[in-house]
Design a protein around this ligand. Structure first.
Ligand code: NAG
Ligand code: NAG
Ligand code: NAG
Ligand code: NAG
Ligand code: NAG
Length: 314
């Protein structure tokens, strides 16, 4: 009897002490968990667009930078990455492998769809779409022709489907109501006005003239448009068809800075068609992860932009 009640007492006080001890830790961790799962309910699609500024092997050698990149990427189901410079292709492969293994990913596995190396000079860049293959299926890829000579780095696009929908869809009978035509662009800063205007032609090319994409499929265009400050002035907007035509909806406003050092609204989401979106935001990773200005700048000069497409898998 005595020993039982003593055990009981001991156990109870031990539990009490333990719970007191763990209370602040739990609270702290809960807030972290809350933050990092801000990304998604399981049927939503989190889409991100991120210019990772001169991404290559040098950046991969900085462990602190890689750590932040992994945190950012693990918050997204599909990410347009810009400025992949590394000619060997090793750096992005390594990043993807680390992302697969990262505890931030919690077992999710990612794949990548890479564009050609693009650019008119010897300085080439690749676009890449990093995606969670349990959620996203890339049906087909589309490189806007370089011969048209409208862009320094012509847009690279992918037709995506929820990974659990019909694996392949053909025109005109598009099986999945949740198909998305996703295009990425990194404009040449000095030609930003002309190139943003020419994105209207990209829409025409895929949707109207050639009907490569069924008009029921919404367009999700994003990237580093260089759409502000000295590259696009207030007076330029009236001559930019992508902006003046009401087919297109701009989700990041002109007063939303997307840069680490300035308030310039360079990065944008533009959509056409019906997309049930929410939580459009600039991801200030400096504040979110409490980084020094120097580390934030080492990650990139751009913040990612992020949006959620509701019930994409349903
Ligand atoms: C949060 O919990 C994890 C285990 O899930 C632990 O490794 C980590 O140290 C905790 N973080 C804090 C800040 O207490
Ligand atoms: C935590 O998650 C809940 C439920 O999604 C949300 O309402 C709340 O705003 C979040 N809190 C923080 C600090 O992110
Ligand atoms: C990441 O994991 C997926 C799924 O297992 C695999 O297909 C892919 O090759 C992996 N990527 C790398 C770079 O390890
Ligand atoms: C999806 O991919 C298949 C196989 O490449 C192709 O035949 C089909 O046309 C694509 N669907 C659309 C809507 O482009
Ligand atoms: C795909 O998965 C989602 C979430 O689990 C589910 O609601 C939906 O019905 C599934 N779609 C198909 C075609 O199986």
């Amino acid at each position: 009897m005595i020993s039982t009640s003593r055990t009981f007492l001991l156990t109870t006080s031990l539990l009490l002490i333990l719970s007191l001890l763990s209370y602040p830790v739990l609270t702290l961790n809960l807030s972290i968990i809350n933050k990092s799962t801000a990304k998604q309910s399981s049927t939503d699609l989190t889409y991100c667009s991120f210019n990772v500024q001169v991404f290559g092997q040098k950046k991969m050698q900085n462990n602190q930078v890689v750590d932040v990149l992994l945190k950012i990427l693990s918050q997204c189901d599909l990410t347009l990455i810009m400025e992949i410079r590394d000619a060997s292709g090793e750096a992005i492969k390594e990043l993807l492998q680390l992302l697969n293994e990262s505890k931030n990913s919690a077992g999710r596995k990612f794949q990548i769809s890479l564009s050609l190396r693009l650019g008119r000079t010897s300085s080439k860049e690749q676009y890449g779409y990093i995606y969670d293959s349990d959620k996203v299926h890339i049906n087909s890829t589309y490189q806007y022709p370089e011969d048209f000579d409208q862009f320094e780095r012509p847009p690279y696009s992918v037709l995506v489907l929820p990974s659990n929908s019909t694996r392949s869809i053909s025109l005109p009978n598009v099986a999945s109501k949740n198909a998305l035509f996703v295009s990425g662009i990194h404009t040449s800063p000095k030609a930003a006005v002309q190139e943003i205007d020419a994105l209207y032609d990209v829409y025409e090319y895929y949707y109207r003239k050639n009907r490569i994409i069924n008009s029921n499929i919404p367009w999700l265009l994003s990237g580093d448009f260089n759409a502000g400050c000295s590259y696009v002035k207030e007076s330029d907007w009236k001559g930019i068809r992508l902006r003046t035509d009401s087919t297109f909806k701009w989700l990041i406003k002109d007063d939303q800075g997307t840069m680490v050092k300035t308030k310039c609204p360079y990065d944008r989401f533009v959509i056409a068609g019906s997309i049930d979106y929410e939580k459009v935001q600039v991801v200030n990773f400096k504040e979110e992860y409490g980084l020094t200005q120097a580390l934030a700048e080492a990650v990139s000069d751009h913040f990612p932009i992020r949006m959620t497409i509701k019930n994409w898998l349903k």
